[in-house]
Design a protein. Structure first.
Length: 311
């Protein structure tokens, strides 16, 4: 029996140690210090700062929502403009094709008139050379036959090419008339080519300008959609963080309130550990949220920064 009593006494001493219901003096003192009014006040200040950050996040969410609406409206406007530009391209392409065909027709007409003019001109040169050769022959003949004697009368009969020369003169005049008409047609065709090429250049430049505008608008749409994607991604993160904050901060506030009402060493120890754990989570959440806010600030226009901050 004495041995049984000794064993029971030993178990009585060990059981509280195993169940954690007994605090050593040092641990008890540390937990009491952890829940001192000064420490609770510091935790309360941390919670207040975290609440301010939460308000700042809510403000950023509102700003990002407004920016999202603005960017979406801008994208829609760009898409309407792009549709208008594409509709403008169709008649411009048709007009360009028509101008190209017209320019080709004028070029063909010009080539034809140029060929006709050159043929008439070559014919004129041919007749002029014949006339010059016959006139030179008459002069040579008269020079050879002219002796100043009884044979002078032969000069006028043997060197008479007047009929042939007269025929050539008539041919030259006829060709010159045709050349004048051909030259007028050639100038008209040349002017037609010039005018067609000018209109073709205008149509081509108009189409190029419209296509360049289309490229710029498509680039603007792409950039706007990229900005919207970044914005929505940040919005999702901020909203998730707000949800985490609501639960975390409420737990922290409840733990702080509980810390002021517990009256046992064991309860104070559990509450202190809970507060310390939540405090660490709050530090991590605040750091992550501040990084998200900074990212939100980076995708918001510069002039939005101050207006988006929580007042």
């Amino acid at each position: 029996m004495p041995r049984v009593k000794s064993l029971l006494s030993l178990l009585t001493l060990i059981t509280p140690l195993l169940t954690g219901t007994v605090l050593f003096p040092v641990e008890s003192m540390a937990q009491d210090e952890a829940l001192s009014p000064a420490v609770i006040s510091q935790y309360s200040a941390k919670l207040a700062d975290a609440r301010k950050l939460q308000a700042d996040i809510k403000s950023r969410v509102a700003c990002l929502d407004a920016r999202d609406a603005e960017l979406s409206a801008r994208r829609d406007k760009f898409e309407v403009a792009l549709g208008d530009l594409r509709r403008r391209e169709e008649p411009l392409i048709a007009e360009l094709n028509r101008q190209q065909e017209q320019q080709a027709q004028f070029r063909t007409l010009y080539d034809t008139e140029r060929e006709n003019y050159d043929r008439q001109y070559n014919e004129l040169v041919h007749y002029q050379r014949q006339k010059y050769a016959q006139e030179e022959e008459v002069r040579r003949c008269k020079r050879d036959l002219s002796s100043g004697g009884v044979f002078d009368w032969l000069t006028d009969t043997s060197c008479d090419l007047a009929n042939s020369i007269a025929h050539l003169v008539g041919a030259i005049q006829s060709v010159e008339g045709r050349i004048d008409a051909a030259e007028k047609r050639l100038r008209a065709a040349q002017e037609g080519v010039r005018s067609a090429e000018q209109k073709l250049d205008e149509s081509r430049n108009a189409l190029i300008a419209t296509q360049e505008q289309s490229v710029q608008v498509r680039d603007s749409i792409r950039d706007t959609e990229n900005e919207i994607f970044q914005l929505k991604s940040t919005l999702s993160e901020l909203r998730n963080e707000l949800q985490v904050h609501n639960e975390l901060f409420d737990d922290f506030a409840n733990a702080l309130a509980q810390a002021q009402s517990v009256d046992t060493a064991d309860a104070r120890a559990r509450t202190a550990r809970k507060i310390a754990r939540i405090s660490t989570l709050i530090d991590e959440a605040v750091g992550q949220s501040q990084a998200t806010i900074n990212r939100a600030n980076s995708i918001l226009p510069a002039n939005w920064g101050q207006s988006c901050a929580a007042q």
